[in-house]
Design a protein around this ligand. Structure first.
Ligand SMILES: C[S@@+](CC[C@H](N)C(=O)[O-])C[C@H]1O[C@@H](n2cnc3c(N)ncnc32)[C@H](O)[C@@H]1O
Length: 252
């Protein structure tokens, strides 16, 4: 997303205030800080806000506990509302009503999300490694299933249609990271859905799933030869993003 200007009329620049809802630990909020005078980032989870605040190195970001459906800001006070990888948890009509209330005329509403990552090895899509990853996701269970449907559908469900005309969809951005097997298992273990599964089913179930997933990855990486050391092999995760955005009309 190109934030500089955002297509605002010149007299409305420089950009002033942005709201990032469902900010989690702030990993996407941080990208907004250099482009705005001030950033308010909110999340319903006090634990996430505590972590985001502890990690914060930007003087112009403020983190606060708040639901996306009840935003603690005056009407028409921000030029951009963003929500990354969280709308699938929201009551969308209530969130859209709040976003519309706090957005200034000509302000932008952008909702975006990362999709299920794809696994590559030596620059090639690996059917076997992707199969192991999908087995792990499926074993994570209920919560993953519900989220998976919405994100793999790239918010195709009508409840995600933005409340303004001229909605733009952008699916041109991917993020890549190359990990060792330990790093890949750490990524799976850090997923919110995995944490919820452990809270539901117990830590042993989580540990057992990670161990089984490790063995399956090792078997693919070593071509079924247990004596091969797979710990330093680089595995690339490609995270595809999609973005929906639209501008609040100046007058209605
Ligand atoms: C997958 S995380 C995404 C965090 C962050 N936006 C990112 O991209 O890294 C989803 C976040 O949505 C938050 N969340 C879920 N329901 C919410 C709601 N109704 N209002 C605000 N935040 C909510 C969760 O607490 C969690 O931090």
């Amino acid at each position: 997303m190109h934030l500089t200007g955002l297509g605002y009329p010149q007299e409305k620049l420089p950009l002033d205030r942005v709201l990032d809802v469902g900010c989690g630990s702030g990993q996407n909020t941080r990208c907004l800080a250099p482009h705005f005078r001030s950033v308010l980032a909110t999340d319903i989870s006090p634990a996430q806000i505590k972590e985001a605040t502890a990690r914060n190195t930007f003087a112009n970001i403020e983190y606060r506990v708040a639901a996306a459906e009840e935003i603690p800001m005056p009407a028409e006070s921000v030029q951009l509302v963003t929500a990354c990888t969280c709308c699938h948890y929201f009551d969308m009509p209530r969130f859209f009503a709040e976003a519309d209330r706090v957005l200034a005329p000509a302000g932008i509403l952008g909702i975006y999300s990362v999709r299920t990552p794809k696994v590559y090895r030596n620059g090639m899509f690996s059917t076997e490694l992707n199969h192991v990853l999908m087995q792990a996701f499926e074993a994570i269970g209920n919560d993953w299933g519900r989220v998976w449907k919405d994100v793999e559908d790239r918010y195709g469900d009508p409840r995600f249609r933005l409340p303004y005309p001229g909605e733009v969809r952008d699916e041109s951005h991917d993020q890549e990271q190359t990990l060792t097997l330990d790093g890949l298992l750490g990524f799976i273990g850090s997923l919110g859905s995995f944490q919820k599964m452990m809270a539901r089913c117990g830590a042993e179930r989580g540990e057992a799933l990670l161990q089984l997933t490790r063995e399956r990855f090792q078997s693919v990486l070593s071509n079924g030869k247990p004596e091969v050391d797979t710990s330093d092999i680089g595995i690339t995760l490609r995270h595809p993003y999609f973005l929906l955005m639209a501008r609040k009309p100046v007058s209605r």
